[in-house]
Design a binder for this molecule. Sequence first.
Ligand SMILES: C[S@@+](CC[C@H](N)C(=O)[O-])C[C@H]1O[C@@H](n2cnc3c(N)ncnc32)[C@H](O)[C@@H]1O
Length: 207
Amino acid sequence: MNFGAPNRAYERLELVPSDYFRHLTRAELPGEGIVPLEIDLGCGDGSFLIDIASHLPERQFLGVERLLGRVRKVARKAERAGLANLQVLRLESAYTIGWILPDACISRVHLLFPDPWPKKRHHKNRFVQPDNIASIKRILSDRGEFLFKTDHEGYFEWVKEVMHECKLLTPLGWEESDFYYPETDFERQWKEEGRKIYRARFGKNLG
Ligand SMILES: C[S@@+](CC[C@H](N)C(=O)[O-])C[C@H]1O[C@@H](n2cnc3c(N)ncnc32)[C@H](O)[C@@H]1O
């Protein structure tokens, strides 16, 4: 078994922490704490990430995804697109924001079309919970933002309620034309099926 240097070009685009039991230092993160870093939690096949990283080469992007096949797919696509500002981390999202990322290191957190867990008894599994929002607040830099999209009205209402009750981040307006924000593959699919897309944006020390 080879635990040495990556043997395929795209593997260098996978961020592999040297230690999974401490916060990484900024120097260990893409952009080394100097360039704004954005993370996409549950990045799937990376359609959003590849597009936005191509569009904003002055920023760094980190996809977080638990499925190895998807992580590899994103890394391969980024390699083919010649992107130098995108890496992927194969890890669970809550663990990543709770334990791996240091304080105030992220300029934007994207959470796009997470599993809505529609059954009431499963609502506790939804990613947007006060603990995870506290972690998001911790890793966001001053005036950093949390952006959320879903096609599930119930989950959207849930997010508004959790965010209102925990009061950790400030709600911000978000018109489609406000800034460049590519659609994800899921979003395109849902729109073709005529489903409505809900979005919400929150800021740290903003408002
Ligand atoms: C419904 S897909 C959405 C993918 C992408 N955000 C999009 O909009 O196209 C959800 C993705 O999140 C990943 N995921 C779900 N729970 C996760 C977790 N706890 N940690 C990391 N990834 C997770 C899944 O493997 C899947 O790729």
